[in-house]
Ligand binder design. Structure first.
Ligand code: NAD
Ligand code: 89V
Length: 343
């Protein structure tokens, strides 16, 4: 495989995982970094030995000397930076959430399409080892055709100390975390035609909603529930595990806390250990997410070499982002929302 050189923008909390993962990716490396905050630029530059450091993304892209851009900033800067990369004909990865609005996300997809460059959203949760194991069980027809599902993430973990901005926005759990869970629901049960959502704010110290329950109609006819909470006090904290229940025509599947996958069908019940690998640079409980960062960045690199579309391309992720917008609309109006007209 050719070796691609990349430039990363945004050297904050999560970018450190991306930088570690780039060091492990076969076929790509980061040669330049950018952050408006000189201290973050220095910390990440020194930690990963990157000499080319910029405070201004426009200057970095004007200087060039790399094959792709990896945007690890928070959502409000995504559109301007993706459009800047497209104007330089640079393939681009953009962190989730895609954009502040669906209209921005569509404009970003259009800009990259017009420039003829790939856009991948860093929607890594579908790349987690346990989620891939569920996908493989379905592909192997182990439970037949699924007709019902539940995708659940319920936690009391303090995400605000590492990511203080999560407490400040008018939108919280659907935009930040539910977006991953909705993407997993699409990845496992297919695209969604309509949804109904209810939200709550339990934690008085934050601005947005920290509990959401979403009922999804899938194109296949399957029904699923996505339920997410950061207000759940459990005896054993499950962060950051997504738990899955699926019922199919030939059996059922349960992805349980502790990364245990139980599959029941006419042959009996099998139990699989689907723990993520603890990479040398990773730490519990984040290792599940950290491993998926390496997986998605390896996938990007392979698709950049082959020219094929990525699993979470901009076009694909519009369909996940539309579910986020629809969930907020449904929660506000208490009405079901049809997805087709949004996309
Ligand atoms: P952060 O605030 O810690 O870091 C963002 C950095 O970007 C900051 O250092 C800031 O100075 C810099 N920045 C912002 N705008 C810039 C610009 N225009 N030019 C240069 N630098 C700029 O945020 P974070 O917690 O690292 O989150 C970043 C993104 O990653 C968010 O969109 C978040 O939702 C996402 N995230 C994803 C996952 C995942 O599993 N995929 C996990 C956590 C966070
Ligand atoms: O994955 C994420 O997007 C993170 C967290 C797991 C804390 O929700 O923001």
């Amino acid at each position: 495989m050719p070796s691609f050189q990349g430039a990363l923008i945004g050297c904050g909390f999560f970018a450190v995982n991306q930088m570690h993962a780039w060091q492990d990716v076969d076929g790509a490396e980061i040669v330049a970094i950018c952050d408006r905050d000189p201290e973050r630029l220095r910390i990440v530059g020194d930690q990963f030995g990157i000499a080319r450091r910029y405070s201004d993304a426009a200057q970095m892209m004007a200087d060039g000397g790399f094959d792709f851009v990896d945007i690890a900033t928070t959502v409000n800067s995504h559109r301007a930076l993706v459009e800047m990369a497209a104007s330089h004909r640079l393939p681009v990865i953009c962190q989730k959430p895609f954009a502040p609005t669906l209209a921005d996300a569509k404009a970003m997809v259009a800009a990259c399409a017009a420039a003829g460059v790939p856009l991948m959203i860093h929607e890594n949760f579908r790349w987690q080892t346990p989620i891939q194991a569920v996908r493989k069980a379905l592909d192997a027809a182990q439970i037949g055709t699924p007709f019902w599902g539940r995708f659940s993430f319920r936690s009391g973990y303090d995400v605000f100390s590492g990511q203080p901005y999560l407490a400040e926005g008018a939108r919280f759990i659907i935009e930040d975390l539910g977006i991953h869970t909705l993407d997993i629901a699409r990845y496992i049960l297919g695209d969604v035609t309509a949804l109904t959502a209810r939200t709550k704010r339990v934690n008085p110290a934050i601005k947005g909603e920290d509990v959401a329950t979403i009922l999804l109609d899938h194109e296949t006819g399957a029904t699923s529930v996505v339920d997410v909470s950061y207000a759940t006090k459990a005896s054993v904290e499950p962060f950051p595990e997504t738990l899955i229940e699926l019922d199919g025509t030939e059996g059922s599947l349960r992805l349980m806390q502790g990364y245990r996958l139980e599959i029941t069908n006419a042959a009996g019940t099998e139990i699989h250990d689907v723990q993520p690998t603890l990479l040398p640079w990773a730490s519990r409980p984040w290792h599940n997410i950290q491993e998926s960062v390496l997986a998605i960045q390896q996938h990007w690199t392979e698709r950049l070499a082959s020219g094929a579309e990525t699993s979470t391309s901009g076009a694909d992720n519009l369909k996940t982002f539309a579910l986020v917008e629809a969930a907020y609309e449904s929660a506000a109006t208490l009405q079901p929302v049809t997805i087709g007209p949004l996309i």
